[in-house]
Design a protein around this ligand. Sequence first.
Ligand SMILES: [Zn+2]
Length: 154
Amino acid sequence: MVLQLLPKHLQTIYTHAETTYPEECCGIILGNLTSEGKTLVEVMPTENAWNAETAAELPGDDTLDYSKRQRYAIAPQVMLQAQKEARDRKLNIIGIYHSHTDHPAIPSEYDQKLAWQEYSYIIVSVQNGKASDMKSWTLDDSHQFQQEAIEKLG
Ligand SMILES: [Zn+2]
């Protein structure tokens, strides 16, 4: 599969990632699904809702040691709102993006544990406050992340 996007989408994600640095940013991507791939239509930046409460609901007792510098969360009500908006506009939620600050654009174990099938997981790496790299990942049948090609249009 290929994820197609426009330069302005890339710019929105990069700007969001640089604004929240050194904390991780996150957001939802809406678009169209075809048999050949996904086309991004809109980037919806969301708030990083990671906090102690979110952490407490997750498995493992090390989660409280993490902050928004290493973790992100999208509030369930924000996700529902995005689903509604997508439906109204005849689009799909095609994935989630988040940033890794001073870390490469490679999914962490935590990212993998929480990932859903079919979504694209865009990760943007922000080094010293500057967004420098972006990769997209999808789960394969054995719940392992595989890199997905990003095609820039326009
Ligand atoms: Zn991550």
